[in-house]
Design a protein around this ligand. Structure first.
Ligand code: NDP
Ligand code: 2IT
Length: 448
């Protein structure tokens, strides 16, 4: 698809000019604007009353210095960000990413996507994202703690349980959330649900750790079933080996699939017998080692350097769960040539626009990130509810709610696509369904 509406073309040009050097943000905006063309034909008021112009501009960008002292006594300086993108339907909500590639454009694209994703969950959460160019890899626990404390010392001035509720993303898991929560509590002298993804001893929700990966598989299962297919007996390739990839592997296996490959930023493993997840969990969650270590205890498995080769493995279902733009046109063509039936995005924006075009034009079922990976943030919103009630649900209660939410997201995205004459296009359907709720709230609030 390409932009045809002149108003949207001009708006996109303004976005590019105003956010120079931020190609990931341009990419995310362009896809949404393309999807909205049929919506504004039917509803010109979204343009006349400035809703589309407003939705591409963050409400607030917070950018700060994060000084900390490493184990050698040397002062280190990182940069911290929080982009509070849209609060029309609830407090800002979205993760924090700690990775050396983080700059304003990455946080902006993630914050923008989060608006629509959070709306799709049906829960009252606005869109935001934050992070730092800090690299937790190779750092000691005490270095990570000192960094997290310094990061939260500034961030604490801008967030709150009813204002903005951060969580994890790449490089931010239970350890980092714990250190940040401890510092927030100390600075503010209050015990509130200001972060999600917390440990179970201090207000975390059961099933939040599993939620993004499980939710991805519930979504994929709903998409497969709607097309007369299922996970049963299917070969599955999953990229990444972090939080999302690990729990996607677990659920895909429970649903009858065989996961044969996982990766990290150095390379990928292929195990034709099916991945031994206990081994991966030990390596990645406990020992924080590289995925290549897997082959030392699994001589039948292969390790290959480089990330993109994983998409040349023959599979029925591909679940990219590492990072943005990890599947390009060439990788998409390789997947199609090997007969892939379904692709669903666990990572945020892992497929380039050219790759999505290859999938859609070849009849591959395609579940876009905003819809397919919304289970993490949905369960974060359930954690917020439990914190407000000062109560906690059982694992099965949370898991059942998550499954229902993911099935609804698929149904709503599919229905929106159909209503706007784009049946089967879940990319457009998710963008439209996510947009409409936020846009109507913005209309109701007036020019603010
Ligand atoms: P983790 O930090 O737990 O794991 C990230 C995984 O992706 C690691 O295996 C990492 O490899 C790999 N990876 C990260 N960056 C790159 C890169 N530039 N190139 C290649 N591989 C890379 O993060 P999560 O599992 O939480 O996040 C994975 C994706 O899912 C992200 O896109 C995130 O935004 C998205 N997501 C996460 C949610 C959550 O609840 N955690 C919710 C919704 C989406 P290495 O160890 O070598 O860096
Ligand atoms: O991209 C995402 O949706 C997340 N990293 C999860 C955000 C959250 O607030 O749980």
């Amino acid at each position: 698809m390409n932009l045809k509406n002149q108003y949207l073309i001009d708006l996109y040009d303004r976005v590019v000019k105003r956010n120079q050097g931020e190609p990931e943000f341009h990419q995310a905006v362009r896809e949404v604007l393309e999807s909205l063309e049929p919506v504004i034909e039917r509803h010109p008021e979204y343009i006349e009353r400035g809703v589309i112009d407003s939705i591409v501009e963050p409400e607030r960008i917070i950018k700060f210095r994060v000084p900390w002292v490493d184990d050698n006594g040397k002062v280190q300086i990182n940069r911290g960000f929080r982009i509070q993108f849209n609060s029309a339907i609830g407090p800002y909500k979205g993760g924090l990413r700690f990775h050396p590639s983080v700059y304003e454009g990455i946080i902006k694209f993630l914050g923008f996507e989060q608006i629509f994703k959070n709306s799709l969950t049906g829960l009252p959460i606005g869109g935001g994202k934050g992070g730092s160019d800090f690299d937790p890899k190779g750092k000691s626990d005490m270095e990570v703690m000192r960094f997290c404390q310094s990061f939260m010392t500034e961030l604490s001035k801008h967030i709150g349980a009813d204002t903005d509720v951060p969580a994890g993303d790449i490089g931010v898991g239970g350890r980092e959330i714990g250190f940040m929560y401890g510092q927030y509590k100390r600075l503010r002298n209050e015990f509130t649900g200001v972060l999600t993804g917390k440990g179970l001893t201090y207000g975390g929700s059961l099933a939040r750790t599993e939620a993004t990966g499980y939710g991805l598989c519930y979504f994929t299962d709903a998409m497969l079933k709607d097309n007369g297919k299922s996970f049963e007996g299917k070969t599955v390739v999953i990229s990444g080996s972090g939080n999302v990839a690990i729990y996607a592997t677990q659920k895909a296996t429970q649903l009858g699939g065989k996961v044969v490959a996982l990766s990290d930023s150095n390379g990928y493993i292929y195990d034709k017998n099916g991945i031994d997840l206990d081994c991966v969990k030990q390596l990645k969650e406990v020992e924080r080692k590289r995925i290549k270590e897997y082959v030392t205890t699994h001589p039948d498995a292969e390790y290959h350097e480089g990330c993109s080769g994983i998409w040349t493995i023959k599979c029925d279902i591909a679940l990219p769960c590492a990072t943005q733009n990890e599947i390009n046109e060439e990788s998409a063509k390789a997947l199609v040539a090997n007969g892939v039936e379904a692709v669903a995005e666990g990572a945020n924006m892992p497929s380039t626009p050219e790759a999505i075009e290859v999938f859609q034009s070849n009849g591959v079922l395609f579940g876009p990130a905003k819809a397919a990976n919304a289970g993490g943030v949905a369960t974060s919103a359930l954690e917020m509810s439990q914190n407000s009630m000062r109560y906690s649900w059982t694992f099965d209660e949370v898991d059942a709610k998550l499954k229902g939410i993911m099935e609804n997201i698929y149904a709503n995205a599919a229905a929106a696509a159909k209503e706007y004459g784009l049946e089967g296009n879940i990319v457009a359907g998710a963008n439209i369904a996510g947009f409409l709720k936020v846009a109507d709230a913005m209309l109701a609030h007036g020019v603010v």
